[in-house]
Design a protein around this ligand. Structure first.
Ligand code: FMN
Length: 453
């Protein structure tokens, strides 16, 4: 730096001085080997968030004037999300990512996982430890499916968020996740016909888009059978009140301290019962055409977005799956229609289950890919279903998804991001304890990686 602010070719180096000096050497040059710390002047002047920009390898604002002129001092805040391809990052899943206003430190998301340990639909103190075990600073977590109303339930001991007691019970769980720097979304859900009268108020029939009942099914623990009562088809004039239940649940989630909500539009539950043509046999303006079948889902998106803000709303969809006898004859059109419609609401993220997950928990060869849908959707795209470390890294590096949600692996490995970072072996999950009510076994007793003291 012979002249102020101008780099010139020169034969000298600071290395001999750095070697002769015993203390910390602060260098104004680029090579760390020539200094312990590097001082930045012009770049820091024009980029007030310079360390963050280095971390995520973002572009710089340039010093575009002489001192005294207005420099460009934009923050990363407010800029479009950094869709870092992560090609440069040695472990793409561990590359940071900006999701709206949330600064994620990595891309490994806790997928929503029903654990059936919320007695009487109220989250219990043991959930505090369970979720905080899976929290990392800057990591995104999604809760288990959480009922929006009394009629939303279909399983024993799943949590709700429609009463004051439930909201209060969620608060310490949310606080524990926040205390460790996690970002926590609540998955809001209605089971629809995937229920039976035992779970319904006054023993009434479950509600749905149809009157067609589900046949008994092997539960996803692979062990016991689930039986379902014949549903009652919702009347057209009743639908706004169900939409309103989702709106109130979103409001309650914010009251409980969550950072946002994920609308559960997947896996054959109520919203999918409307969306998919093999279930929905309505003749009103909620049935028939693709547009009509998606109306219920989009009304919920609109209501929730108006209530809490689009920047706090995500949705989970599984257009290609056929869980709970909910398949569609043209899943790609359904997925694309939803992606494009969701853009109009500007919601934060779309979380999609991979087409290969045709049956719960089972990967199958399949000709479909989420890529066209990911390209059609403007916000953050989360993919889930059957991912491991290698294909998760590949999906992120190749831009097939921004984030990957892990279900069973995260269930059994509370420190999954660390394990992925050091490429450690993984604990195996035990299906038999997925849904037992024990507050510890199969819940908070999966071991962490042993680390050197
Ligand atoms: C025990 C268990 C509970 C689940 N509960 C939910 C749930 O509440 N909501 C949901 O959308 N998906 C749920 N799923 C599906 C997972 O979120 C995930 O999509 C699925 O396990 C596939 O991902 P994986 O291969 O990473 O496990 C559940 C899966 C398991 C194994």
């Amino acid at each position: 730096m012979v002249k102020l602010g101008e780099k010139q070719q020169c034969p000298h180096s600071l290395l001999p001085m750095r070697k002769d000096f015993n203390g910390t050497f602060i260098n104004g040059n680029k090579a760390m080997s020539h200094g312990d710390l590097i001082a930045y002047a012009w770049l820091f002047l024009a980029n007030i968030d310079l360390p963050t920009r280095f971390e995520v390898n973002a572009h710089f604002s340039l010093v575009n004037g002489v001192p005294g002129k207005a420099f460009c001092t934009r923050r990363l805040e407010g800029e479009t999300p950094i869709k870092m391809t992560s090609e440069e990052h040695p472990i793409p899943l561990l590359a940071p990512y900006r999701m709206g206003k949330f600064h994620l430190s990595h891309r490994i998301v806790l997928a929503p996982l029903t654990r059936q340990r919320s007695f009487n639909n109220v989250p219990q103190p043991h959930a505090i430890l369970y979720y905080s075990q899976r929290t990392t600073k800057g990591g995104l977590l999604i809760t288990e499916a959480t009922g929006v109303s009394e009629t939303a339930q279909g399983y024993p001991h799943t949590p709700g968020i429609w009463t004051k007691e439930q909201v209060e019970a969620w608060k310490p769980v949310v606080d524990a996740v926040h205390a460790k720097g996690g970002i926590f979304f609540c998955q809001i859900w209605h089971a629809g016909r995937v229920s039976n009268q035992d779970f319904q108020p006054h023993g009434q029939a479950p509600i749905s888009s149809t009157e067609r009942p589900l046949t008994p099914q092997l539960r996803s623990n692979g062990l016991d059978m689930a039986y379902f009562s014949a549903p009652r088809m919702l009347r057209t004039d009743e639908i706004p009140s169900i939409v309103n239940d989702f709106r109130l649940a979103a409001r309650n989630a914010m009251e409980a301290g969550f950072d946002g909500v994920e609308i559960h539009g997947a896996h054959g539950y109520l919203i999918e019962q409307f969306m998919k043509d093999q279930v929905n046999d309505r003749v009103d303006h909620y049935g028939g055409s693709l547009e009509n079948r998606c109306r219920f889902a989009l009304e919920i998106v609109e209501a929730v977005t108006n209530e809490i803000g689009a920047d706090k709303v995500g949705i989970r969809l599984s257009p290609f799956a056929g869980y709970a006898e909910a398949a569609d004859s043209n899943p790609k059109s359904l997925a694309l229609y939803m992606a494009k419609s969701l853009n109009e609401y500007g919601i934060l993220y779309c979380h999609m289950v991979e087409p290969r997950m045709v049956k719960p928990g089972e990967k199958q060869e399949c000709p479909h890919s989420l890529l066209p849908i990911r390209k059609a959707f403007n916000g953050t795209f989360i993919a889930a279903g059957g991912y491991g470390r290698e294909d998760g890294n590949k999906a992120v590096a190749e831009g097939c998804a921004d984030l990957i949600a892990y279900g069973r692996l995260f269930l059994a490995n509370p420190d999954l991001p660390t394990r992925f970072e050091v490429d450690a072996p993984l604990n195996k999950y035990n299906r038999e304890t997925f849904y037992i009510p024990d507050p510890v076994v199969g819940y908070t007793d999966y071991p962490f990686l042993e680390r050197d003291p």
